[in-house]
Every structure is written in C-alpha cells, then in structure tokens.
Ligand binder design. Structure first.
Ligand code: TYD
Length: 181
C-alpha cells in the first residue's frame, strides 16, 4: 500500500519533470497537473467567458494558457476522433468550427477530475445545479464548455491546441493559501 503510494508519487514527480515543469509541493501533493478547458462558440456568443474563467480562478486553479481561436477543422477532427462514428459528429465539427472558442490551460492538484465535476454532465438536463452546464445551459449540443476527461487525454489535447511556447509558468503569490506547502 505504502509502496504503491510512493511509486505513484515518484511517477507523478517524474511526469512533471518530463513535461518540463517543476513539481511543486511535498508529501502526497504534486501540483503540476494540467487540463484543457475551452469555452465553446455558444459560450463566447452568450458572453459567458468571464463567468467561466472566474469559476476556475475562484476555485484556486492557476491559468497557464489562454487564447481566442477559430479552431481549424483538422484540429477538431483530431480532438473528437473517438466520436467519429456518432451520428452527431458532423454537426459537432460544423458547430465547433462555426465561431471563436476561448481555449485555456489550467493547472493544479487533481485539476482534470475537479474540472469535470465543475463542468457537469455532458447533457445539461442531467448536469447538477452548481455546475457550469447545470447553471448555464439547456441543450446537449450547446453545452458551453469543454474539459479534458483524463490526465492522458489532457496532455494530448494541450499538445494539440497549444504550442509549448504559449504556456506560461508563473509563481502564484497565493500558493501557500491554496495548498498546504
Ligand atoms: P463527449 O466527449 O461525449 O462529452 P463531454 O464534452 O462531456 O466530454 O461529447 C463531446 C461533445 O459532443 C459534447 O460536449 C456535446 C456533443 N454531443 C452532442 O451534440 N450530442 C450528443 O448526443 C453527445 C453525447 C455529445
């Protein structure tokens, strides 16, 4: 048990270094996990960008990448390749390429899992109140926001949407008020 925890910690610290990031924290906390969050065209059109950013900032996560983009169809096809066979796929690609998207990389402890919880279920009708989709959306095809669904997928999506030089490492002066480090 102890050994498994230790080897998970060593692996997490190694993956920070491998990604060119210094692992912060000690003990069981390794704080360098990153995720891709994107405000979709409906969220941008409905002026929800500020509200969505604020939720992640207030939670205590750190913004390390941010841009407004009209995403090329090739990038969207790669991003959603596992949904290719779904009936809604063509409409999804058309829709996601129809207008600007705000793409972000957020960093923090368990940021992938926590972001998915904050975003809520894919269908807004199933999303709980308090989640972004549960508070701000009604239709599954206009669910305002994307968040990566696993650490491996997050790493792939960040590499697909961002060039390494677009990510900024910065020291957060509130760090010791957010983490016990
Ligand atoms: P998916 O990856 O299953 O969900 P999530 O965004 O929660 O990870 O689906 C990607 C997007 O495809 C989803 O956010 C909205 C759209 N979509 C539809 O338009 N209709 C559907 O029936 C489903 C399941 C998804």
């Amino acid at each position: 048990m102890l050994l498994r925890g230790l080897s998970r910690l060593v692996a997490a610290r190694r993956s920070c270094w491998a990604a060119g990031r210094r692992p912060l924290g000690s003990g069981s906390q390794v704080i360098c996990e990153q995720t891709l969050v994107a405000v979709k065209p409906d969220g941008v059109q409905r002026r929800l960008v500020g509200e969505i950013i604020q939720r992640f900032e207030k939670r205590g996560f750190q913004l390390v990448g941010l841009k407004l983009v009209q995403v090329p169809r090739e990038v969207l096809s790669a991003h959603y390749h596992d949904l290719e066979e779904k009936t809604f796929y063509p409409a999804l690609i058309d829709y996601m390429s129809s207008g600007p998207i705000v793409a972000m990389v957020w960093e923090g402890q368990d940021v992938v899992k926590v972001s998915r919880t904050m975003v809520g279920a894919t269908s807004p009708t199933q999303a709980l109140p308090g989640t972004i989709r549960g508070d701000l959306c009604v239709d599954i095809s206009r669910n305002a926001v994307h968040a990566s669904d696993s650490v491996e997928v997050a790493q792939k999506e960040i590499a697909l949407w961002f060039h390494h030089s677009e990510l900024v490492q910065w020291k957060c002066c509130a760090h010791s008020n957010i983490y016990n480090v």
